[in-house]
Design a protein around this ligand. Structure first.
Ligand code: TXA
Ligand code: MG
Length: 344
């Protein structure tokens, strides 16, 4: 890393002009958004975008999202936008929402992994917005993490794995949402959620009248299936230790099952909601938060810490898969590599 810019306690963003110049010159900048940190490069430069794949160890068939600062940037990169798509844009930009649109010729194949579509997002985070404005190009940015690891929600968590691979780090403190954006594609006039996030199915239904949720949110892809969002087929968010996700609407059943599982291991670690942290005797327990907003904010950082305890099992309390809970459960099921127990 050549430059660290600390914007945690200031509203003076003048140093972002330097970070923007790095983007323009084809370098890599680690920067905050309201969802998770991004690993950004000039989204119109094939050479710059390739550096992202190298730094992350990302498979070249997994496309990137282009981040814009205003709607003037949209027409350069997307075309044939329908009325419904405009409605979604008006409702959810700027914010934790990515819309898959038909791309223009200006978007390099390296960004879309050869697809005819491109994911577009306008972050609401002020630092992200200023950085894109100063750079005056769409910024291609995946979540900042080595592929397969939980996404970075603060600079400390990802400094070790990425600092030597980027030209500049912009530190904006902890991210607000903590989970990546909701990814939506309009299919046959129905907004279809390819990845759940802070913008919930209910939010989208309120705007569009209808919404579909792609079935792969909770299930593994079989090898012969058509893949709408390539990212869904890769291992993600997983600690090195073996994990199991346990959920029940009935809290007593949930606690009993977790006790039972933990008793059959030597070094279990339990990721528990605040209300249950005193329910597991002398077992090692990490508090993941009391409500879905808090859990979303904490969960990636917690998943990054568990390996340090050298557990033989990580037992994770699930949440009701409603609203933001749907996104939390999607990430946790994948962190557990589909090792999921629901007790009814
Ligand atoms: O909140 C976020 O979206 C963060 C911040 C940095 O903006 N970015 C992020 O990017 O999570 P990434 O690359 O980690 O995840 C993007 C997801 C992947 O699952 C990818 O497969 C999918 O979006 N995606 C991107 N372009 C697509 C396209 N054209 N069609 C379908 N899926 C696409
Ligand atoms: Mg990612």
């Amino acid at each position: 890393m050549k430059k660290y810019i600390d914007l945690r306690n200031t509203k003076d963003y003048s140093e972002l002009k330097y970070a923007a110049s790095i983007i323009k010159e084809g370098g890599l900048v680690l920067f905050p958004t309201e969802t998770v940190y991004g690993l950004g490069a000039n989204g119109l430069s094939p050479v710059a975008v390739k550096k992202i794949y190298e730094a992350k160890g990302r498979k070249s068939d997994n496309p990137l999202i282009l981040h814009i600062a205003n709607l003037n940037m949209l027409d350069r990169i997307a075309k044939n936008i329908s009325e419904l798509e405009y409605k979604l844009i008006k409702s959810f930009f700027p914010g934790p929402f990515t819309l898959i649109l038909t791309r223009t010729e200006n978007v390099p194949n390296e960004v879309t992994a050869g697809l005819e579509t491109v994911g577009i997002r306008m972050p609401s985070n002020e630092i992200a917005n200023k950085l894109i404005s100063y750079a005056d190009v769409p910024i291609a940015a995946p979540s900042a993490n080595i592929s397969g690891k939980p996404s970075g929600t603060n600079v400390q968590d990802i400094f070790g794995e990425l600092s030597e691979k980027v030209d500049c780090i912009v530190d904006g403190g902890n991210t607000d949402v903590g989970l990546e954006s909701t990814v939506v594609r309009v299919i046959n006039d129905i907004p279809t959620i390819l990845r759940p996030g802070k913008i919930t199915p209910e939010d989208i239904k309120n705007v569009a009248g209808k919404v579909n949720i792609d079935k792969h949110i909770f299930s593994k892809l079989s090898s012969d299936e058509k893949i709408l969002s390539p990212g869904m087929k890769y291992k993600h968010y997983a600690p090195n230790s073996k994990c199991v996700l346990v959920y029940s609407k009935n809290n007593n059943l949930l606690k009993n099952k977790i006790k039972e599982i933990s008793d059959s291991y030597k070094m279990p670690i339990i990721l528990s909601r605040t209300e249950n942290i005193n329910q597991y005797g002398n077992k090692v327990v990490i508090d993941i938060g009391s409500d879905v907003n808090e859990i979303a904010r904490n969960i990636f950082s917690v998943l990054r810490k568990v390996d340090k305890f050298n557990p033989d099992i990580v037992i994770i309390e699930g949440v009701d898969p409603q609203g933001l809970g749907l996104a939390i459960m999607n990430r946790l099921i994948r962190a557990c590599e589909y090792n999921y127990i629901e007790i009814v």
